[in-house]
Design a protein around this ligand. Structure first.
Ligand SMILES: [Zn+2]
Length: 230
């Protein structure tokens, strides 16, 4: 998405923020991977305890391939944890497992922001791809013309749907972490004092969502700027 100097500047900011948040996540994860959980608990046990304490024994926990691929699938009502998290007897794995289980709890409780986020998935998929393409076509067809303006405006509206999705994702992620961290304490899944380590991991992960939401807002503003130029 390179649209002139403004677009290039956003691209650079996105790269720097992406690298910074990624290294923050990696270092938080590495540091807390060295802290074991009490009683030989693994990430999957942590998630199981949390889900059972919420009356969600019906939510299955499975292993999914890859690294940091952990997610809750609301359609299948299954929690999928990567091998490292599933078997991980450490605070970082506990944090991730509890966060993902937090999404399952949100689903079961009908958490409004999570529902809104789900409803926005198709708009986000369409808008993130078609939006910039329409803006670019509008630019190719020249400024000032009605057709060009129509394409740019349509691109902006579509892209705004994708931005809205990213913004709604933030409260959903923060809430899942809040629920997960509280559960680590109430279910006795971490040694007292180790919640802080789990919080570091989840805060770092949340920052990656904040960074990508910020970048998409900047792109949207830039598209709006393009649309307003005479
Ligand atoms: Zn999440």
């Amino acid at each position: 998405m390179l649209f002139g100097p403004g677009g290039f500047a956003i691209f650079i900011v996105a790269m720097v923020l992406g690298l910074a948040t990624q290294s923050f996540v990696n270092s938080a994860y590495r540091r807390n991977s060295a802290r074991p959980l009490p009683g030989g608990l693994a990430g999957s046990d942590v998630a199981r305890r949390f889900l059972d304490s919420e009356g969600l024994a019906n939510v299955a926990i499975e292993i999914t391939p890859g690294s940091l691929t952990d997610h809750y699938d609301p359609r299948a009502n299954v929690l999928r944890l990567s091998r490292d998290v599933y078997y991980g007897n450490n605070v970082a794995a506990a944090g991730v497992a509890a966060h993902e289980a937090g999404h399952a709890v949100q689903h079961a409780r009908g958490f409004a922001a999570a529902k809104a986020r789900m409803a926005l998935v198709p708009a986000a998929n369409l808008g993130s791809q078609a939006g910039p393409v329409l803006v670019m076509l509008g630019l190719i067809f020249g400024y000032g013309g009605q057709f060009s303006e129509l394409l740019i405006n349509a691109g902006i509206v579509l892209f705004a749907g994708a931005v809205l999705f990213q913004l709604v994702t933030l409260p959903v992620e923060f809430d899942a972490s809040r629920r997960g961290l509280a559960a680590l304490t109430t279910t006795g899944s971490v040694v007292p004092g180790d919640e802080a380590g789990a919080r570091q991991v989840l805060t770092a992960a949340a920052l990656t969502y904040v960074a990508s939401a910020l970048i998409s807002v900047l792109y949207l503003l830039q598209f709006i700027g393009i649309g307003r130029r005479d």
